[in-house]
Write a protein that binds this ligand. Structure first.
Ligand SMILES: NC(=O)c1ccc[n+]([C@@H]2O[C@H](COP(=O)([O-])OP(=O)(O)OC[C@H]3O[C@@H](n4cnc5c(N)ncnc54)[C@H](O)[C@@H]3O)[C@@H](O)[C@H]2O)c1
Length: 253
């Protein structure tokens, strides 16, 4: 069960959430707005963003559609925040067909890295000076079980989610004196719309048995939003540079 929302926890704050049209990003955007934030919600699919605002007409949600791997999208997300950024939740991400290194093509590698890490870096790069000028802020980056181990996805996704952890830790160190905290959440399996076709017979034979017998039950997007918003909130004021697994215990195995 997910803790009920904490009224006004983000009152007066502005939050940018990527991947806000579905799954974990949507649940995070909704929760931040329900707790008082003005939310800039980004996604590559405008129809999903429209559905979000139609579903929650009373919440303070502003949408920006665009591909996060393109720098103009980052620029528009930050411009919509209007020189005030308290929270950035970098949630947008895509899978890689579970392709191992001998099978991965350049297009898959570049797409996965562009969305999962380069876009995230650019949004942090643009947001950090604004956060610092405002006295600080909190960044929460979504990594994955695949950021913690080698047997949860293909090589591109695994490498990109390991990179998310490096980005998170370095950013936490570099900007802590400016009041900016930077943490990551590592989901295990979560019920969302993420597309995760198993395109590699090798990966299927290696990972299939692990997924069938070892992996804990899938979580809800709202459970992940609870972890992300907690790390973004003053409740986590003394926490920076951590990777918080929300995975039903998978990472403890
Ligand atoms: N679902 C899981 O089991 C799981 C597990 C571990 C980590 N994650 C991570 O959680 C994050 C959210 O995934 P989800 O499961 O909620 O998936 P989802 O597909 O339900 O939601 C992701 C959203 O990101 C958007 N998006 C995709 N490409 C984009 C782009 N180029 N630019 C902007 N937006 C884009 C999609 O349109 C979608 O609305 C991802 O980073 C994913 O890697 C998910």
């Amino acid at each position: 069960m997910v803790t009920p929302v904490t009224p006004n926890r983000f009152a007066g704050q502005t939050a940018i959430v990527t991947g806000a049209g579905s799954g974990i990003g949507k649940a995070t955007a909704v929760r931040l707005a329900q707790e008082g934030a003005r939310v800039i919600a980004g996604d590559v699919l405008p129809a999903r963003l429209q559905e979000l605002v139609d579903q929650y007409p009373d919440l303070d949600i502003h949408t920006v559609d665009g591909d996060i791997s393109r720098e103009d999208t980052t620029t528009r997300l930050v411009a919509a925040a209007n020189n005030r950024i308290d929270v950035v939740a970098n949630v947008a991400g895509v899978m890689d067909g579970f392709l191992p290194v001998a099978e991965v093509d350049d297009a898959t590698w570049e797409r996965v890295f562009g969305i999962n890490i380069t876009g995230m870096m650019r949004l942090c790069r643009a947001a950090v000076p604004i956060m610092a000028a405002g006295g600080g802020g909190a960044i929460v980056n979504v990594t994955s079980e695949a950021g913690l181990r080698g047997g949860a996805a293909g090589v591109a996704y695994t490498a990109s989610k390991h990179a998310v952890i490096g980005l998170t830790r370095n950013t936490s160190v570099m900007y802590s004196a400016q009041g900016i905290r930077c943490n990551a959440v590592a989901p295990g399996g979560v019920q969302t719309n993420i597309e995760a076709p198993m395109l590699s017979p090798l990966a299927g034979s290696v990972l299939g048995p692990v997924f069938q017998h070892v992996v804990p039950p899938v979580a809800t997007a709202e459970q992940l939003a609870a972890a992300i918003t907690w790390l973004a909130s003053p409740d986590a004021a003394n926490i920076t540079g951590v990777v918080l697994a929300s995975d039903g215990g998978w990472s403890a195995l």
